[in-house]
Ligand binder design. Structure first.
Ligand SMILES: [Ca+2]
Ligand SMILES: [Ca+2]
Length: 324
């Protein structure tokens, strides 16, 4: 690393820690009650072993939002065997990430980080616990593929950087372990299709980015090329949330455009689950949010960024949604 790089990283660290304070101030306490919903349960709720439904936990209620985890710490404390949900016996404590109310459901303030994903890996969740269309996915380890920019070993030392080089099923499994789900259809249910991905009443990711369909970009309605980690602002990934101006559609959410593109639970179902095409949202660090033919760094999707469910790349990440 050159001296120039070192000073740049130091500057980003200052930005990050300043941001951390803002996030906790801006974290919205949810109004939606998930009591009685089926397990697994987010932070603030416990799973009733008899009924397999969620009940509010008085010990932590009101502190974490939709799986906000404000009282949890990021550590590999799992004693094993982890049955698949962070914070449950044998599993690690749930990662600490602010969760923002995006108009009736929760969304992670940040792209899932490498540090948090490493905790998930350490819990050694059984791949057989995945949903039926991910049974082909036998490993949650990041892909090694030089052509996709996924080198071996994967650099987990940059713990605040977004997790990438993971396929759609890895992302979905992480969110399930975290007591959440990969952002997808509002209210749950089947995968989003093309007609729904730009409908704030249907797509969680789009609703959060666009503040309920009112914004073209998370930070406003006109392009601000310097706000996010998009083309011209950097040559590669940076830590999740380091671009403090890349905030919105709701206060406290960061990087909905730029940095890593984000897997959405919006796949075409072909009968070959590993080969289904799944949508990526918001563009990555290379995205251009002002040129029509590369117009990916915005809230709406033109449905062009749809790799195979089993594919992975250095510039593809994800975040989780929670609540109803
Ligand atoms: Ca995998
Ligand atoms: Ca992003």
């Amino acid at each position: 690393m050159s001296d120039g790089d070192a000073s740049w990283y130091a500057r980003q660290d200052v930005r990050f820690f300043g941001l951390a304070g803002l996030l906790f101030v801006g974290c919205v306490v949810p109004e939606v009650d998930i009591e009685g919903r089926p397990c697994p349960c987010p932070d603030g709720y416990t799973c009733d072993g008899g009924t397999q439904t969620c009940t509010r936990s008085d010990a932590v209620a009101g502190t974490g939002g939709f799986g906000g985890g404000s009282t949890a710490t990021t550590s590999t404390t799992g004693a094993g065997p982890c049955q698949g949900l962070c914070g449950s016996p044998g599993c690690s404590a749930c990662p600490m990430v602010p969760v923002v109310d995006a108009g009736g459901f929760g969304i992670d303030a940040l792209e899932v980080t490498r540090g948090d994903y490493a905790v998930f890996l350490a819990d050694a969740v059984d791949p057989a616990s995945q949903v039926a269309w991910c049974q082909w996915n036998v490993s949650f380890e990041p892909l090694v593929d030089d052509a996709a920019g996924c080198l071996s070993p994967f650099d987990f030392s940059k713990a605040a950087f977004p997790m990438s080089c993971v396929d759609w099923c890895d992302a979905a499994a992480y969110c399930a372990w975290a007591g959440k789900h990969l952002c997808g259809r509002r209210g749950g249910g089947s995968s989003l299709d093309e007609a729904d991905v730009n409908d704030p009443a249907q797509s969680e990711w789009y609703a959060a980015c666009s503040a309920g369909g009112t914004l073209a970009f998370p930070y406003g309605d006109t392009v601000e090329p310097s706000s996010c980690n998009t083309s011209g602002n950097g040559a590669d990934l940076v830590g999740s949330g380091w671009f403090a101006d890349c905030e919105g559609g709701y206060a406290g959410i960061f990087d909905m455009v730029g940095n890593v593109e984000e897997w959405e639970d919006a796949c075409d179902l072909t009968g070959d689950p590993a080969g289904d095409n799944c949508l990526l949202r918001g563009g990555a660090f290379w995205a251009d949010d002002s040129t029509p033919d590369r117009d990916f760094a915005r809230c709406s999707s033109n449905f062009e960024r749809r790799p195979d469910r089993s594919a992975a790349s250095h510039d593809w990440g994800f975040r989780c949604c929670s609540g109803p």
